[in-house]
Design a binder for this molecule. Structure first.
Ligand code: HEC
Ligand code: HEC
Length: 500
């Protein structure tokens, strides 16, 4: 069943006097909007092909349930878990009879936060699973809130007596726990995602470990690392790739465990014109943010990447039945997009002083603003060409591609993956003070390392993502701006960047 809500554009007064908000919700699976949503892939020259609106809307809407915080096993209040078992399931939002209050604009933002926090996958916590997870919580570098919670996951009760661990909410990857335990919602997340995934791979059969990698990372690239060698890799060898990925970086599906990506900061995302490090998807407004969420939380695993449909049956190449699939409702996605738009950075503790003013001068002298333009939020919304890619004359984003100068960073992500467009986006520098792991692969843990000229040498030991298993030294090449400064100016430049 597909429900379309027709709202009149405009505002009316509620009983309380606040302006009611009656948006016209963009249709997420709009064939015209989807047609030129993504840039062509470097590997095929074509953008991914998508499922039809009939298929998309035949998938079931994911109900959002009341959920509960997850504690570190040594910090869980006595009786907490047992108490959850006695609770009734409560549906907060579905496409039939349950809906949060949606009257004024703030209600929509609050409802969007509910979507952001809502898991989309569940693991039943049998005693064995609970023990496995408790072991992971104790032995992996999870950052906790001051009261001992792990704010990446939620407990969910969908059936009375059965407590499930809820996974893959936006919050799992886009909540950042700061050293003092405070949370910046929407910032570059820092869950030990790949380290946990590696544990799961060690415990799985060779078939399921290989199948998982194909679904996540297969691309129309013949010599792609890992996937092209899967028939020879054991679970331990596959897991070793994920074990290289530090907090703040993640082998998102469509990238690769051999080229993981820095988790981006979502604060200010509504202003960016391209999404993903490779600029794969356009962002022409809230409808496109909705499409990004729909694609990346399930639908792009059903897309066609030059003949590769990640979730297709390996034998028949058929997609699973649409009615077995799940999706967000358009209304949930619209609220989510309004929530993303509402995100604001935390108060910046770094004061402006003589050193940062000198840093601002250095920023000007070095012409950083050619790409990181203060007038446009410290980006110019352009794309640069990865070494090895030739931009076709009729490329649909040609006007936004800087063809004169390559920034020359590692081209693996841009050329050898499903997200690879042959291009990298000029990122915004806002919020670098609370972020880490710079460059698209997160190779440099700090700004000091990013502006350290020694990173260009093959003898360098990257401080962030080190490289594929077995890498001991590796140059973090490219982006040689600001690398030949004297020590005082380098410090000043970095101090200035931390005020943004
Ligand atoms: C499993 C981890 C994970 C989950 C879950 C997740 N994301 Fe992301 N998200 C990432 C990573 C990693 C990237 C970077 C991808 C890239 O650059 O190729 C990203 C990129 C994005 C971007 C593009 C930002 C930019 O500036 O390029 C948006 C928008 C986004 N995510 C929103 C969401 C929303 C909304 C949800 C929930 C509906 C969500 N994400 C769920 C990990 C995740
Ligand atoms: C020609 C365009 C261009 C110029 C000029 C430029 N940058 Fe960049 N900058 C980029 C691109 C593109 C990236 C992303 C590279 C990647 O991810 O591989 C980047 C990344 C960065 C990052 C890392 C951001 C992150 O979140 O990972 C910082 C910090 C940065 N630039 C600062 C500067 C400073 C300071 C200057 C001047 C000294 C400068 N840039 C000059 C294009 C440019």
């Amino acid at each position: 069943m597909r429900t379309i809500f027709f709202f009149v554009v405009g505002a009316a007064l509620t009983a309380a006097g606040a302006e009611s908000f009656r948006p016209t919700i963009p249709q997420v699976w709009d064939e015209v909007a989807l047609r030129d949503l993504e840039l062509p892939l470097a590997s095929t020259g074509l953008p991914p092909g998508h499922i039809t609106p009939e298929y998309y809307y035949a998938q079931k809407v994911r109900p959002i349930y009341t959920s509960y915080p997850v504690y570190h096993p040594d910090r869980e209040p006595a009786g907490y878990f047992e108490n959850l078992k006695s609770r009734e399931p409560i549906v907060l939002w579905n496409d039939t009879d349950k809906r949060p209050k949606l009257v004024v604009a703030d209600d929509w933002v609050a409802a969007g936060e509910l979507v952001f926090d809502a898991p989309i996958a569940y693991v039943e916590l049998t005693p064995e699973q609970r023990a496995t997870r408790a072991n992971e919580f104790r032995t992996l570098p999870y950052r906790l809130t001051p009261n001992g919670q792990i704010p990446f996951y939620r407990y969910v009760i969908r059936e009375k007596g059965k407590v499930e661990l809820g996974l893959l909410a936006c919050a799992e990857c886009h909540n950042r726990v700061m050293p003092d335990g405070s949370i910046i919602k929407g910032a570059q997340g820092n869950p030990p995602f790949d380290l946990q995934f590696a544990r799961a791979i060690h415990a799985s059969s060779v078939e399921s470990a290989r199948r998982g990698q194909r679904v996540l990372f297969a691309a129309p690239v013949a010599a792609q690392p890992v996937v092209s060698q899967l028939d020879r890799l054991s679970p331990a060898q596959i897991a070793a790739y994920h074990e290289t990925v530090p907090l703040g970086v993640l082998a998102r599906h469509g990238s690769g465990s051999f080229t993981p990506v820095q988790i981006p900061d979502l604060i200010g995302v509504d202003e960016r014109r391209y999404l993903d490090h490779t600029g794969l998807q356009r962002n022409r407004g809230l409808g496109d943010l909705m499409r990004y969420a729909a694609l990346n939380q399930g639908a792009d695993l059903l897309s066609d990447f030059g003949g590769i449909i990640p979730r297709a049956d390996p034998a028949t190449q058929a997609r699973p039945a649409a009615t077995n699939g799940t999706r967000y409702s358009d209304e949930q996605l619209y609220a989510l997009a309004l929530y993303l738009k509402s995100l604001r950075p935390p108060l910046n503790p770094n004061p402006t002083n003589a050193i940062t003013r000198r840093g601002e001068e250095v920023f000007r002298e070095q012409e950083c603003a050619r790409c990181h333009d203060p007038e446009q939020g410290y980006t110019n919304h352009k794309l640069v060409v990865a070494p090895g890619f030739t931009v076709p004359a009729d490329h649909p984003a040609r006007a936004d591609i800087l063809t004169k100068r390559s920034v020359d960073t590692d081209p693996t992500l841009a050329l050898q993956t499903r997200r690879g467009t042959g291009l990298y986006k000029v990122p915004s520098l806002r919020g670098v003070w609370y972020r880490s792991h710079f460059e698209h692969n997160g190779s440099c843990a700090t700004l000091e390392d990013w502006f350290d000229p020694r990173r260009l040498a093959d003898t360098y030991v990257p401080t962030g993502w080190k490289g594929p298993p077995g890498t001991t030294t590796r140059a973090v090449r490219g982006h040689d701006y600001g690398l030949d400064l004297n020590e005082a100016d380098r410090r000043a430049l970095i101090a200035f960047l931390r005020t943004l």
